[in-house]
Design a protein around this ligand. Structure first.
Ligand SMILES: Cc1cc2nc3c(=O)[nH]c(=O)nc-3n(C[C@H](O)[C@H](O)[C@H](O)COP(=O)(O)O)c2cc1C
Length: 333
């Protein structure tokens, strides 16, 4: 019988209640964004990428903010990036102490600032180092390790597939997440789910599929076409935690959240941001999140634009809340 997204499974021995996972999202996937995904049913949430160097050298803000794990978000995976096995082993040890259940290593980030240090997608072309880094993370932490990678660096380059095989066959990783776009595509273009399927069928460890999962229908399609063990929700989940519940059959896929549900959720996020960052930093941080929620409110384009412009220039969260109340009224009337 075909595997369903609601079926439980284990990843590196960690029991997971279902196959819908929050993907790593840099600058976004902190403890409360992960907790939000869990509240809507995510079986696992992966952190934003965290520098192994910053953790190894004890960077205060990185350790305090990016390694913060909420007691209710387990199981949780912390994603590290780096290029030095010894540094990775030491950072992974800190991540285990912080309470992570799994470690994921970033081998897919195409950003030059990351790749020029030999980390992220640069590791796709160096499978020996990739294996050494994953093995070091496992040794340092004692936790199961997964990797998230791309199919290759450029079109017609399959170094990511070869590195995935080398990692799985070395025994260093318990699972592989693949974003089957090559690194030079960044985040655009159609992901190659057929390529992912050929990898899923030949890997000795579970494959998690990423890329193009913008709504429930496209996530189901990627799951079916790739034959992966689980889906990694990324951009489709931004301001849309309801997507987890839809994929798990806990919400009607055709009826989006009501305006009231969206505003209550945004209020939850705002409170958590203040808890995490303090009011002043939260006021700035939340500016990048507002568009994700406001575009779902069913406002006219002009109303949306006006609301966003007020939210993004509001001097305090109190004035943001007043504006949101005003935005809520047209529908309530
Ligand atoms: C803003 C943003 C930040 C991301 N940060 C990370 C990251 O820290 N680590 C990682 O492995 N992938 C990262 N990704 C890639 C996503 O996890 C995912 O693979 C990609 O967005 C493709 O999925 P999608 O088309 O469903 O969005 C990021 C993507 C975006 C858009």
């Amino acid at each position: 019988m075909a595997v369903s997204l609601t079926d439980p499974w284990t990843l590196g021995g960690v029991p997971l209640p279902n196959r819908v996972v929050l993907a790593p999202l840099a600058g976004i996937g902190n403890w409360f964004v992960r907790l939000q995904a869990k509240r809507y049913g995510a079986g696992l949430a992966v952190s934003e990428m965290v520098s192994s160097f910053a953790v190894h050298y004890g960077n205060e803000r990185t350790c305090r903010e990016l390694l913060r794990i909420h007691p209710d978000e387990h199981p949780v995976s912390v994603q590290l990036f780096g290029s030095d096995p010894e540094v990775m082993a030491s950072a992974a040890e800190r991540v285990a102490e912080a309470g992570a259940d799994l470690i994921d290593i970033n081998m897919g980030c195409p950003v030059p600032k990351v790749c020029k240090t030999g980390a992220g997608a640069a590791l796709l072309a160096d499978s020996e180092r990739a294996v050494a880094i994953a093995a070091a993370a496992a040794r340092g932490s004692g936790l199961p390790v997964t990797v998230k990678l791309r199919s290759g660096l450029r079109p017609d380059d399959d170094c990511g597939i070869r590195t995935a095989r080398a990692l799985a066959e070395s025994g260093a990783v318990a699972g592989v997440g693949i974003h089957p776009r090559h690194a030079s595509q960044r985040h655009s273009g159609q992901p190659d789910y057929a390529l992912a399927r050929s990898l899923a069928e030949s890997l000795p460890v579970p494959l998690l599929i990423s890329g193009g999962l913008r709504d429930a229908a496209s996530a189901r399609r990627a799951f079916a076409e790739s034959g992966a063990a689980a889906v990694l929700l990324a951009r489709g989940s931004l301001g849309n935690p309801w997507l987890f519940a839809e994929l798990l059959g806990r919400r009607d896929e055709d009826a989006g959240p009501t305006r009231e549900e969206i505003l209550i959720e945004l209020d939850w996020v705002m409170q958590r941001a203040v808890e995490h960052l303090g009011e002043e930093r939260a006021t700035r941080y939340l500016r990048k999140l507002y568009p994700w929620y406001v575009e779902r409110l069913g406002l006219t384009r002009a109303e949306q634009k006006a609301t966003l412009s007020v939210l993004q220039t509001a001097p305090s969260l109190g004035s943001v809340q007043e504006e949101l109340l005003a935005a809520a009224h047209p529908l309530a009337a």
